[in-house]
Write a protein that binds this ligand. Structure first.
Ligand code: OFO
Length: 173
């Protein structure tokens, strides 16, 4: 049975995952309008993944005798200065999510809830991967600079990243 405190912080994480999904959906739409097809499909896939993270949490909370509460969400940004800026925002957001997951792990230990602690390890590993991927992408972007041909190739490559990771990941809900 989940403690009230853990139920509360897990519900906050459910909201954060849902907001992450909306943020990436909005980024995907912005990129699509700008004709950046690869970036857009990458963002749409990220958005879908965040939704599965949220669903996995909902199931866990309810299975453990808690109540997963679905709340309203903060509206995401709809405009970005550039695609570079958009990926910097994505990276910052993933760092914020990692801190939030770390805090959840901390609370699970305080509450001596080892089942929740164990469940959260999947999220800890996922955040390491997502931060690493965002950093790799930012490195590539820095290499491109203002080069338009580079942007064309980047957009094509990132489409590949999203296809590959879609085939190899996706948590069991
Ligand atoms: Fe939910 O995985 Fe990153 O944010």
């Amino acid at each position: 049975m989940l403690s009230e405190k853990l139920n509360k912080v897990l519900n906050e994480q459910i909201r954060i995952e849902a907001e992450s999904s909306q943020i990436y959906l909005s980024m995907g739409s912005w990129a699509e309008v700008k004709g950046l097809e690869g970036i857009s499909s990458f963002m749409y896939k990220q958005s879908d993944e965040e939704r599965t993270h949220m669903q996995k949490l909902i199931k866990f909370v309810n299975e453990r005798g808690g109540h997963a509460v679905i709340s309203d969400l903060k509206a995401p940004a709809t405009e970005f200065v550039s695609f570079q800026n958009m990926f910097e925002e994505l990276y910052k957001h993933e760092i914020f999510v990692s801190a939030s997951i770390n805090n959840l792990v901390h609370v699970s230990l305080e509450e001596k809830d080892y089942a929740t602690h164990n469940f959260l390890q999947w999220y800890v590993a996922e955040q390491i991967e997502e931060e690493a991927l965002a950093r790799t992408i930012l490195d590539k972007i820095n290499l491109i600079g203002e080069d338009k041909g580079g942007l064309y190739l980047f957009d094509r490559d990132i489409m590949q990243i999203s296809v590959q990771s879609a085939a190899s990941s996706g948590p069991a809900i």
